[in-house]
Write a protein that binds this ligand. Structure first.
Ligand code: TYM
Length: 328
């Protein structure tokens, strides 16, 4: 059975971008694959985090996985720092990587643009991500478009290791939605929808109240003209809203265009808001139930045990191949 691994940082409110780009596929893949889904707290601390907020966010993201339909009977759900082997393989991956290839990472460049004091953790962030993936020998990695370059680096590091020390790692492939791999900001369709955007009207948080969702969608920018047509070049804003509609209503882009042929943006946006609410309202109800129960503690403990069993085996093999003297 093919393996799947992915993770999300607990560094702010999760958005509809995280849901469409990643979480929806977490749920979709779990029926026919062996899945590992984690909350990547070790990645979050590459920038300073308030300790209380980090604890709260870590639990919140794990609860959102469950609320969105990730099933702990099918998937291992866990916290990255509960499986210390990630950090260990992360170090080994750092020793394989070159400064030049890490300097070329666009996320690194974006996060450090104009800064003088750059945390070293941000620089080696992608080597820890490579370790996350390779430690499970994952075949598929459900992610949004912004993680593609990190996946390419992961493949390069895996190949480098295999060449140097013998065939050890499988080469993982990204698994992305055909439309919606990059959900854009509601106020500016040239920017990615992001939980770190200081303007809350630019994103829909998974925990936004229904009326907030309706208001944000009503305010979302559109393009000139009035046709509901998918054309990311000429109609970036409307195309983004169409992708969101298609995912939340479970229909194709063509079907969305057909439904609104000859109508303006008004009805389209009203219906879009209701489709988003119809997905997020039940998710929020489940989220509140999960947060109020002891279920999460048990799920995360079991998830870390399942993950550790696989991760520790990989690290032991890697260390043996590299010539580390095993403990007596
Ligand atoms: P993170 O926490 O920034 O985002 C989590 C996931 O959501 C996707 N995503 C989006 N997809 C579509 N449209 C958007 N606007 C949008 N915003 C975010 C991201 O592509 C991602 O899939 N480096 C990763 C976390 C990570 C990881 C891993 C992922 C650490 N180790 C191993 C996969 C495998 C990150 O920062 O994602």
């Amino acid at each position: 059975m093919a393996r799947v691994l992915s993770g999300i940082q607990p560094s702010g409110q999760l958005t509809l971008g995280n849901y469409i780009g990643a979480i929806q596929n977490f749920v979709k893949l779990q029926d026919e694959h062996e899945c590992f889904y984690m909350v990547v707290d070790l990645h979050a601390v590459t920038v300073p985090q308030d300790p209380a907020a980090l604890r709260e966010q870590t639990e919140s993201v794990a609860a959102l996985y469950l609320a969105a339909g990730v099933d702990p009977k099918k998937s291992a759900i866990f916290i990255q720092s509960h499986v210390p082997a990630h950090a260990e393989l992360g170090w080994i991956m750092t020793t394989l990587a070159y400064m030049g290839e890490l300097e070329r990472m666009t996320q690194y460049k974006e996060k450090t643009a104009g800064k003088t004091s750059i945390p070293a953790g941000l620089f080696v962030y992608p080597t820890l991500m490579a370790a996350d993936i390779l430690i499970y020998n994952a075949d598929l990695v459900p992610v949004g478009d912004d993680q593609k370059q990190h996946l390419e680096l992961t493949r390069d590091l895996a190949e480098r290791f295999n060449k140097r020390y013998g065939e050890t790692f499988r080469l993982p492939e990204p698994y992305m939605p055909k439309v919606g791999a990059r959900i854009m900001s509601l106020d500016d369709p040239t920017k990615k929808m992001s939980k770190s955007n200081p303007n809350p009207n630019s994103y829909i948080a998974l925990l936004d109240e229904p009326d907030v969702i309706r208001r944000k969608i009503a305010r979302a920018v559109t393009d000139s003209g009035r046709e509901v047509k998918y054309d990311p070049e000429a109609k970036a804003a409307v195309s983004n809203l169409i992708s969101i509609y298609a995912h939340c209503a479970g229909v194709t882009v063509e079907e969305v265009e057909r439904r609104y042929e000859g109508q303006g943006y008004g009805q389209f946006k009203k219906d879009l808001a209701e489709h988003v609410v119809a997905v997020l309202e039940p998710l929020q109800k489940r989220y509140r139930e999960i947060r109020g129960s002891g279920e999460l503690v048990r799920v995360l403990k079991e998830g870390a045990e399942r993950a550790s069993a696989v991760a520790e085996r990989t690290v032991a093999l890697v260390k043996e191949r590299m010539g580390f003297l095993p403990p007596a």
